[in-house]
Structures are given as structure tokens and as C-alpha cells.
Design a protein around this ligand. Structure first.
Ligand SMILES: Cc1cc2nc3c(=O)[nH]c(=O)nc-3n(C[C@H](O)[C@H](O)[C@H](O)COP(=O)(O)O)c2cc1C
Length: 337
């Protein structure tokens, strides 16, 4: 009898062990979950038939203008093709969603207004098509006095550094993405001070799976060239910190946690550098796997996933930054009942 019970238990254990997915399977299942969600929600798919996807992609295209205006030597007559395309997409938005969410259009239209006046002041390139669409849409959507700012703002280094040493609100409001710095390289010691502050970042179970790689001079320029999003200003940024997260820190059911912990750390490091009197520019590492594999040429081991490159350096006495208007909180928050 006991023998029979023992055999039955063994059988149950064997079946159970067989059915239980191994960690590798769980990792696949969790990655598939994101795959399924991404196939539905990624902004590259069915973009114009989803108002939110359209808004996000329009904000991205809008930023191309702000960014070009905020680099040291803004190219005269830049971006006509891209901005014409943006205008055409704004028209599609107007047709499809203009009645549902008209306020959205204010920010891109104000930016295009700045672009038009900059281009007319500095070049004689033909932007008639852009102007025509801008005029048509602004009559409809820029009717009340505009409360929204767009384009660029001029900052002074003294003012920004003072504010970064002020209260938290001043620190947050005085941080901007800066796309050119003086030739002086930040010392290891000042960077280490910022890293020490950033190490106060919370992380899941205090695992602190973040890593940083600091590049200065020509290797920094090479990294920024590889990154591509610093196109037009990579030679004006002489120091960069690549934040990565170590995949070895995370278990089978938390395959995305590397990006959460790494992202929190990267933001804290940006604020810490700002507090130390250094300007920063976050630079995306949102690339496909093949491109990310090339990071081995920058001494990044395979167990680390890149989170963000942070270009950093000393502020010039006076410099331009993109205003990068924020959405009102009501657009991004729900007080759930
Ligand atoms: C994850 C991430 C990636 C970014 N990538 C780039 C980039 O490749 N090139 C660039 O010029 N700016 C980049 N930025 C800077 C954003 O354009 C900038 O943070 C945004 O417009 C808000 O402006 P602010 O930082 O001045 O407040 C990036 C920012 C983040 C957070």
C-alpha cells in the first residue's frame, strides 16, 4: 500500500516538474508578452488610425525643429523636406482628429511659426508650402492668445548653475538638454561626485544593477557618431556617460526590470550632473539588436543592456536650449476613483 502511494506521489512530482516551465521558458513567455503588446500598440503600426499614436509621432517630428534650432550652429534653411512632411501630417491630424482634440495642434503650430520666422530671417529657401499649411491651420487653431511657448530660449551659465544649487523645484526647472559645451573636459572627480549622488537611486531589492562607462575626447565623438541622434552636434559634446543595466541582476519574471532600474538611475544621474554644474544631453539607445551589438567596440560586455548615453560638459557663458513644452498634467494623469 505504502509502496503504491509512494509511486503515485513520484508520478505526480514527475508530471508537475515536466509541466512547470523552466526559467528559460518563462523568459520567452515574458518577452512574447511584450511582443504581442508591441505588435498592437507600437507607433510604427497603423499610425494615423490611432489618435494617440499620431500625437506621439507628431511630437517627435515637432522636436526635430526645436532640436535643430537649439544646436550651436543652426543650419540656414534646414529641414524643409521634413517640416513640409510634418505640416502634411498635421493636416491629416486636422482632418481626422481636429474636432476631437484641437488643443494638441497648438504646440506644433507655435514651433512651425518659430521655424518660419527663423528661416525667413536667415535664408531665402522656399518654404511656401509650409507657410500655406501653417496659415490654413493657424487660422483654425491659434485663435486665442497663445499661452504656449515653442522654439528656443537663451540661457546664461551663471543663472543655470545658481538655480541648480537652489531648491528642488529650481533644480528641476533649470535642467535643459544642452547640445554644446565648452572644450574643457569634466574631471573624473566631478563625474564621480555625480555618480555617488546617483547611486542613491532606488532599485528593485536594492540590487543596483546599473553600470556606467565614461568616454572623453575622440572616443566620445565616435560614440556619439555611432548613436546618430547627436547628428550635427557630436563634435560639440566631449564627454559622455553610457548608462547600462546588467541583465545578470534580474530574474525570469522581471525581464524588463533592467530598463526600469536603469532608467531611474539615468534620470538621477542627469540631475546629479546638473547639480554639480554640468550640462547634459540624454541620447537614446533605442536601436535594434544588431546595432546594439556594436557597443562591444566601446568595451560594453554582452551582459549589459544600454539604457541611455548622457552627453555632459561645462556650459558656455551663454547658450541656446529648446523650450520643449510639456503637456498639462491633466493630459497624462487620472485620479482614479
Ligand atoms: C531617452 C531619451 C533619449 C533622447 N535622445 C535624444 C537624441 O538622440 N538626440 C537629442 O538631441 N536629444 C535626445 N533626447 C533629449 C530630448 O529631446 C529632450 O529631453 C526633450 O526634448 C525634453 O527637453 P529637455 O531635456 O530640455 O527638458 C533624449 C531624451 C531622452 C529622455
Amino acid at each position: 500500500m505504502i509502496h503504491k502511494i509512494y509511486n503515485a506521489i513520484c508520478r505526480r512530482i514527475r508530471t508537475f516538474t515536466k509541466r512547470t516551465p523552466r526559467p528559460q521558458n518563462n523568459i520567452k513567455i515574458n518577452c512574447k508578452w511584450l511582443l504581442k503588446r508591441s505588435l498592437r500598440f507600437n507607433a510604427s503600426t497603423n499610425t494615423n488610425s490611432d489618435m494617440q499614436k499620431m500625437q506621439y509621432t507628431l511630437l517627435r517630428e515637432n522636436h526635430i525643429i526645436e532640436k535643430a534650432l537649439s544646436i550651436k550652429d543652426t543650419k540656414k534653411g534646414f529641414g524643409v523636406a521634413k517640416i513640409t512632411n510634418l505640416c502634411k501630417r498635421l493636416k491629416i491630424y486636422d482632418d481626422r482628429y481636429g474636432l476631437i482634440d484641437p488643443d494638441f495642434l497648438t504646440y506644433p503650430l507655435v514651433t512651425i511659426k518659430k521655424y518660419i520666422s527663423h528661416t525667413k530671417d536667415t535664408s531665402d529657401v522656399n518654404i511656401e508650402e509650409i507657410e500655406a499649411i501653417y496659415n490654413e491651420l493657424s487660422v483654425k487653431y491659434l485663435t486665442s492668445p497663445v499661452q504656449i511657448f515653442g522654439g528656443i530660449e537663451i540661457c546664461s551659465s551663471d543663472n543655470i548653475i545658481n538655480k541648480a544649487k537652489g531648491d528642488f523645484k529650481d533644480l528641476i526647472y533649470s535642467r535643459h538638454s544642452v547640445r554644446y559645451f565648452t572644450a574643457d573636459l569634466p574631471s573624473d572627480s566631478i563625474i564621480s561626485k555625480a555618480l555617488a549622488l546617483a547611486s542613491r537611486t532606488p532599485s528593485a531589492c536594492n540590487r543596483q544593477g546599473w553600470k556606467t562607462h565614461v568616454y572623453k575626447g575622440s572616443i566620445c565623438h565616435k560614440l556619439l557618431k555611432w548613436q546618430g541622434g547627436a547628428n550635427g552636434f557630436e563634435q560639440d559634446v566631449h564627454c559622455a556617460i553610457l548608462v547600462t543595466a546588467d541583465l545578470r541582476a534580474f530574474l525570469e519574471y522581471e525581464v524588463f526590470q533592467a530598463y526600469v532600474d536603469g532608467g531611474l538611475y539615468a534620470m538621477n544621474l542627469i540631475n546629479a550632473l546638473h547639480f554639480q554644474g554640468l550640462g547634459t544631453i540624454p541620447l537614446s539607445c533605442g536601436f535594434n539588436g544588431k546595432k546594439l551589438d556594436e557597443l562591444k567596440h566601446f568595451n560594453v560586455p554582452e551582459n549589459e543592456v544600454p539604457i541611455l548615453i548622457i552627453g555632459t560638459g561645462y556650459y558656455p557663458n551663454e547658450f541656446k536650449v529648446a523650450i520643449s513644452t510639456r503637456k498639462p498634467v491633466e493630459r497624462t494623469n487620472n485620479f482614479e476613483k
